[in-house]
Design a binder for this molecule. Sequence first.
Ligand code: HEM
Length: 424
Amino acid sequence: MTNTASCPFHRSLPGDGTPLEPSPQLSEWRASGPLAPLDYQDGHEGLVAVRYDAATAVLQDPRFSMRPARMPVGPETVGGGTTESSAVPLELPGDLDATAHQSEQLNLLTLDGAEHAKLRRAAAPRFSVRQARSREPWIRAMVAEQIHQLRHRGPVVDLWRDFAMLISARTHCHVIGVPEQNFDTFVELFVEPSTAQQKYDFIRQLLIERKDSPGEDVITDLLANPELNAVEIEGLLRLLMGAGRDSVAYLIATAAVALLTNPSELAQLREDPERVGPAVEEFMRVGAMFVTLFARTALEDVVIDGVTVPAGTSVSASPVAANRDPQHWGADAEEFRVARDAFGHLGFGYGIHGCIGQQVARVEIREAITALLLAFPEVELLSAQQLEPMPFAHPVAVYEAGEVLVRLYRQSEQAHGRTVSAAH
Ligand code: HEM
C-alpha cells in the first residue's frame, strides 16, 4: 500500500541554516517521510527528497526527467520564498545570437538519455580518476605557489578569495585548456558578471586559437571528436567553464572552517596528514553546498519508498538533508568526524548526472587543505560569513562560502619562512 504525496499547505526551503549547521527543519521533514512537499518558484507545489534512500532512488531513476520544459525553477533564497539578491554576481542580461541560442539548449543538466550520454561521453575522459591523478603534481605545485602568495599577503587573509577561488580557477583553466594568457579574461567573464554572449564570443575565439595547438585538455578532446559539431562544442564548454569552479572554492573554504571550528578533528589531521584524502569525503558530506539539486520531473507515476509520486510532479533531491540522514549514517550523522567513512555522500550528486568534475575536485580540496595545514601550524579562524545564514547563491538553493578571515601566523612566525614545498 502506498501514500500519494500531496500537501494541504505550502512550504519553502528553510533559510535559517548554515552550511555546517543546516536548518532543523530538514531533520523534521526527514522524520516525517522520505519526501516533503515544497513550493516551486513558479508557484506550483512539488517535492523534495530528504532521506538518503529516497534521494538516491530519484537520482538514479530514468523515469525522472531533467528536461527544462518539465523542470520549473527551484526554490530561491532565504526565508519564505521572497526574492533576495544573491551575494554571487549572476549573469548579466543580453541577447544571444542564433548559434549561441542553440548551444544553450545543450546543457548536460537539462538533457536526458542518449542526448545527455553523447555529450557526457565526449567530456568525461579528461575527468577520469587516472586523469585527475596525472594532474596531482601540477595542482600541488600551483597550490604551493598560492601558499607562497598567501604568506606574503598575511598574516590576515580571506581564505575564500585569496586562496580557494584562485586554486579552483587555475585548475579549471588547466583541465579545460584555457591558456595562461587568457586567464584574466576567463576570470572577467566567468568569475565576474558578464553576458552569456560575451562568454560565447570568448569560447569561439579560444577555439580558433587552440585549433592548431593541441594539448592534454578538454578543448583538445572536443575539437578532435568527429561526433560533435560547433554548436555542441560551444554549449559544452560554456557549461564546463561555468560549472564547479565556485563549488571547489566553496568546499576548500568550508573544509577549512569545519576544521578550524573543531579543534579535536583538526588535531587528528595534523597528526596524520595522509588522512586528509579520505577526510575530503567527510568535508563533502557535512559541507555539501546543494540544499537541493536541479529539479527532476516524474514522467509517470513512480513509487519512492512507499510514496507515489504522480506523473508531472517536480522532485528535487536534497544532498544537505540526505547527507545527515541518521538512518543511513548513524546516530552521529550531524557530527563532523574526519575519521568517518563518508563515501557515498551526495555532495557530488548521484547517478548519470553525478558531478563530472568530482575526481579533480577531490585532488584540489585535498592538496589545498594539506598545504594549508602544513604551511601554517598556527592558523586560526577570525570570522566566517558562512557561520551565519546567508541568501542561497542561486535558485537551485546553493550555499556559498563568503568571506573566511583567518590569521595565518603571528608576525614572528613569518621570519621562519616555512613553505609548503619544504614541508612536502
Ligand atoms: C567540490 C566541487 C564540486 C561540487 C560540490 C559539485 C557538485 C555537483 C553536483 C551536486 C552535480 C549534480 C547536479 C544534479 O544532479 O542536479 C554536479 C554536476 C556537474 N558538475 Fe560538479 N561539482 C563540483 C566540481 C565540479 C568541477 C570541477 C567541474 C568541472 C568542470 C564540474 C562540472 C559538473 C558538470 C558538467 C555537471 C553536470 C553533469 C551531468 O549532468 O552529466 N563540477 N556537480
